[in-house]
Design a protein around this ligand. Structure first.
Ligand SMILES: [Zn+2]
Length: 584
């Protein structure tokens, strides 16, 4: 017989047990330099969102420095300006009028400022920005340009070649010889916002460094730059990848990035332990990243695709404090930083990564299904229904299958231990059946969460959801327990192991089977939806609970746990099976 015998004395409710474990203070280890010195490259505008022009406003400082970021993301300064309101524009004809609205490619906005793509260039090169700037200042509209690693002096900007030629003739009449220059397709000009006054021009000629701009601080106070209604710490990189519009990246200290994420992912008013759990999840996620956005030359995007980040937007004392108090702490599994996915609400149980995304579960054992008894205390209105047509199911879920005709019926053909749908079976008009993972249905149809069934009573067979565990016992004479969900055994070193497999308890009256098979009991509510549904007028209506992919930590669940007195370590260990919280 496979199974574990657990002495009743060693078996505790997770709450009681984890509260004891929570008594330990997090060790005050110094923040590792890998964390304190880490720089994040956060993509703000890229791909189809790449920009023709961007305004920057230094809120506290005294101007900006120009340069580039080296391979270690260290800023290399080339020059500076005392202007606190500057704009970076690509070096094609750019027109801009109202706040942060730019157009290029000869589509002029009425009564807009034009920054032209033609310039005049003095002969020779210069060693430094100061030298070039000194010479440029002798000419109306002169500016220093750094092109392919050398400084040049350029004069004026013209939207037409004819305009530039006329200006060239005028200079020649004064005895000043210049060359007419266009631009390479990789250049970026910096102007004083609202004017066509070029302060600096940078062109990496496609080498990929991009223009770097950093705010200048006063008295060492951390600068914050306002751009497109968001306030950002750190600097910015503007790169015209493949000669396109500007990819805009915020180059920011990891700590400031995490503060931005926590402030945007959770309300500052939520309990501090929930905010700290969110902070550790954000630290971990940032430090365990692969090269998801490597093709756009940054680490993470600003969107929920990675983690929501809008700079200092919404940052408050609590969210900043949660990041400070957990500086550099991550979720560890086998000594490695865990990929701590999280989402808004699971509706009663999280879902394993293999079911949702088809990932190899063995690589992410901590992203396992967890029945969640906490969220319910918040009485969230997180129910949803979604009606989709047979055509949509065929094109979005069954694309790779040889479907003969319309889908005539659908059912949940198996459930996970926590009552999440596992496999769906769709039947076409020819009677052919197609079984797919629930995660494919969730992803393909863009459903709000991965915990769902069907609305209504349905018209087909009704598979029986998993049977409840056979045993129910009372621990310490109080709370009745059935199933092993949320139960842990503690070893001699105080380490917790989630109970799984067949678990027995020894009671006064003998041995009782507590849980079977995967270790967690049926979650609340697998029976709250029909397990099959007739197709009505060519459509099927799905019903479910929760918001998000359901992998890892529920943010609302973390709030509920914190309100019930759990620590951030307990919250993280509940949602990420088998992890510890510590330093990488
Ligand atoms: Zn992303």
């Amino acid at each position: 017989m496979k199974g574990k015998f657990v002495q009743i004395a060693a078996l505790c409710l997770s709450a009681a047990l984890l509260l004891a474990a929570g008594g330990e203070k997090a060790s005050a280890a110094p923040v590792p330099s890998a964390v304190s010195e880490r720089i994040m490259r956060v993509g703000l505008h890229y791909g189809t969102g790449a920009m023709e022009g961007v305004n920057l406003l230094n809120e506290k400082g005294s101007g900006y420095r120009f340069g580039y970021y080296d391979a270690s993301n260290r800023f290399v300064e080339l020059g500076s300006t005392s202007q606190t309101a500057i704009s970076a524009v690509e070096t094609v004809n750019v027109w801009y009028g109202t706040y942060d609205k730019y157009t290029s490619y000869h589509t002029a906005i009425t009564s807009a400022v034009a920054v032209g793509e033609y310039h005049l260039e003095l002969p020779g090169t210069y060693q430094t920005f100061a030298e070039a700037q000194g010479m440029a200042s002798l000419y109306q509209g002169g500016f220093a340009a750094y092109i392919g690693g050398m400084f040049y002096v350029r004069i004026g900007n013209y939207t037409t070649r004819d305009g530039a030629v006329a200006a060239q003739s005028a200079l020649a009449a004064q005895g000043v010889y210049t060359e007419l220059r266009g631009t390479s397709g990789f250049g970026v000009s910096v102007v004083t916002t609202g004017t066509s006054n070029i302060l600096f021009q940078y062109d990496d000629l496609g080498s990929g460094t991009g223009l770097g701009i950093e705010p200048i601080s006063v008295n060492g106070e951390k600068c914050a730059t306002l751009s497109k209604d968001c306030l950002y710490n750190g600097g910015f990189r503007f790169e015209r990848i493949n000669g396109g519009k500007m990819t805009v990246v915020n180059i920011v200290e990891l700590e400031d990035y995490v503060k931005g994420v926590v402030a945007n992912e959770m309300s500052d008013s939520w309990p501090i332990e929930a905010l700290k759990a969110q902070a550790v999840a954000a630290w971990s996620y940032a430090l365990s990243l692969g090269s998801k956005h490597g093709s756009h030359h940054f680490d993470v995007c600003f969107d929920v695709d990675c983690q929501a980040y809008y700079g200092r937007e919404k940052a408050g004392a609590n969210s900043d404090g949660a990041v400070d108090q957990t500086a550099g702490q991550v979720a560890l599994y086998n000594g490695q930083t865990a990929q701590t996915f999280y989402y808004s609400s699971n509706g009663g149980a999280s879902q394993s990564v293999s079911v949702v995304w088809g990932s190899n579960q063995a690589l992410y054992p901590y992203l396992a299904e967890v029945a969640d008894p906490y969220e319910a205390s918040l009485n969230l209105n997180n129910s949803w229904t979604r009606t989709v047509t047979s055509t949509e199911i065929i094109s979005k879920v069954l694309r790779e299958y040889a479907v003969s005709g319309p889908i005539v019926s659908a059912e949940v053909s198996s459930y996970t231990n926590a009552g999440n749908p596992w496999m769906f079976t769709f039947t076409d008009s020819a009677g052919k059946k197609f079984s797919v993972r629930s995660g494919r249905v969730y992803q393909g149809l863009g459903l709000p969460s991965c915990r769902f069934g069907f609305a209504g009573s349905g018209g087909n067979s009704q598979p029986t959801p998993p049977a409840a565990p056979s045993g129910s016992v009372s621990i310490n004479g109080s709370t009745p327990v059935s199933g092993t969900a949320g139960l842990y055994a503690m070893d001699g070193n105080g380490n917790l192991t989630a109970l799984g497999g067949d678990v027995y308890v020894i009671t006064d009256s003998g041995t009782s089977l507590l849980g079977q098979g995967g270790g967690s009991d049926q979650g609340q509510g697998s029976s709250q939806w029909a397990s099959s549904d007739a197709v009505v007028n060519g459509s099927i209506t799905f019903a479910g609970r929760g918001w998000g992919h359901n992998i890892g930590m529920s943010q609302f669940g973390a709030k509920a746990m914190a309100e019930q007195g759990h620590t951030y370590q307990q919250i993280l260990q509940f949602y990420y099976t088998g992890i510890t919280v510590g330093y990488m």
